[in-house]
Design a protein around this ligand. Structure first.
Ligand SMILES: Cc1cc2nc3c(=O)[nH]c(=O)nc-3n(C[C@H](O)[C@H](O)[C@H](O)COP(=O)(O)OP(=O)(O)OC[C@H]3O[C@@H](n4cnc5c(N)ncnc54)[C@H](O)[C@@H]3O)c2cc1C
Length: 350
């Protein structure tokens, strides 16, 4: 039932955002489709909300209907005897399932391919939106299909992974904001105790391996959680460094000759024959003069990670955006590179 004046700040990991005009908690897929369709029929804006870990909402709030998605359900075609199955696990997961517990379940059941994505907050339904990724894995590597409610065509559609337009922190869903409401995501996971080759140097080092070697998925998950905790990238209500939306800026993808001297340059698989490379937003921020902890008593860069903008307890969204602009403009002034925000901005701009 609608609960007027619910505040977004109570539902976002930044603890920011003003009131919503209307609020619906859709417990089932039918309720979710009906809530969105009703708002559409009545001409109200809609914000579909998962765990609120990748949104920055204006202090004025949201002048429309927030539809919260706590739908649950995990169905797999694999029994308990993993060894008896040879074709991998096909696992359909409802949009409202929390992501990190699903990763824990997958590693427990020996479903490989998402273990390096442990500790990412939020719900499964949001993972295809920006193609979440960390430590060398992206969900696009294991997503088989995404089932959505298409608000424009008013029908349920299933997109095979190849039609999802996945790229670095993007997808067709992010490119066409608000049109598709994710109902469930189907993953195709390998069966086994070992994961794919470790691609990420820091993770390989933590596991005492070389890049390209493989490790037990349980060890990968634990190593990732350790690394993430050190960086304030695992939610902890007592640690203001985690009152964030994760990385605030994406890593810029640039022509190789525009990468500042000394900055990392990672080749891109689709990098036009090596002409486009990805560089590190954290490196650019630090070398533009913004150290960890830069800011004031209300908002600052995390004291553990330059890429996270954090609420120290009494921040407003205006404070946060001021800091984001200061960092963005500082990097632009020093290196001529425009940083782009990763979280979705709701009712505000950078
Ligand atoms: C501490 C921390 C660490 C993080 N680390 C990472 C990381 O390593 N890698 C990474 O990629 N991200 C990371 N993030 C960002 C974030 O956790 C992910 O993007 C996550 O997938 C967002 O999920 P959510 O349910 O919280 O989405 P929300 O914040 O609720 O929503 C984000 C966007 O997705 C849309 N959306 C949500 N659910 C649906 C749905 N069912 N259908 C259609 N649209 C929907 C929303 O409308 C909004 O536009 C981090 C965030 C935090 C706070």
């Amino acid at each position: 039932m609608p609960e007027p004046q619910e505040r977004l700040s109570d539902h976002t990991t930044l603890r920011l955002g003003g009131p919503a005009r209307a609020w619906v908690r859709a417990e089932t897929e039918a309720e979710l489709i009906e809530a969105v369709s009703k708002a559409d029929r009545e001409g109200h804006q809609v914000l579909v909300l998962g765990g609120g870990s990748n949104v920055v909402v204006a202090d004025e709030g949201f002048d429309g209907t927030v539809v919260e998605v706590p739908t649950r359900g995990i169905e797999s075609d694999v029994g308990d005897d993993v060894d008896a199955s040879c074709s991998g696990a096909t696992v359909k997961v409802a949009a409202g399932e929390p992501w990190d517990p699903f990763v824990a379940l997958a590693t427990e059941r020996r479903w490989a391919g998402i273990e390096a994505l442990a500790g990412i907050p939020g719900h499964v339904g949001a993972t295809p939106i920006q193609n979440v990724g960390a430590y060398g894995q992206e969900v696009s590597q294991t997503i088989a299909s995404v089932r959505v409610w298409d608000r424009r065509l008013r029908g349920v559609r299933t997109f095979a992974a190849a039609d999802c337009g996945f790229g670095y922190r993007t997808s067709r869903f992010k490119q066409d904001p608000g049109r598709h409401v994710v109902l469930d995501v189907t993953f195709q996971l390998r069966l086994g105790t070992y994961g794919p080759p470790i691609e990420y140097a820091e993770l390989a080092r933590t596991l005492n391996l070389e890049v390209g070697e493989r490790a037990l998925i349980t060890s990968v998950r634990e190593a990732v959680l350790t690394l993430r905790s050190r960086k304030g990238m695992v939610l902890d209500p007592d640690d203001h460094d985690t009152w964030s939306a994760g990385s605030f800026f994406t890593n810029p993808v640039l022509p190789a000759d525009q990468v500042p001297a000394g900055a990392p340059a990672w080749p891109q698989p689709d990098g036009l024959g090596g002409r486009l490379v990805k560089t590190s937003a954290a490196w650019l921020i630090e070398h533009a003069g913004f150290a960890k902890g830069h800011g004031n008593e209300r908002v600052s860069l995390s004291t553990k990670h330059t890429l996270a903008l954090t609420n120290r307890g009494a921040a407003t969204t205006t404070d946060l955006l001021d800091l984001a602009r200061e960092v963005r403009d500082g990097v632009l002034g020093k290196f001529g590179v425009t940083l782009v925000n990763e979280p979705v901005l709701v009712g505000c701009t950078l």
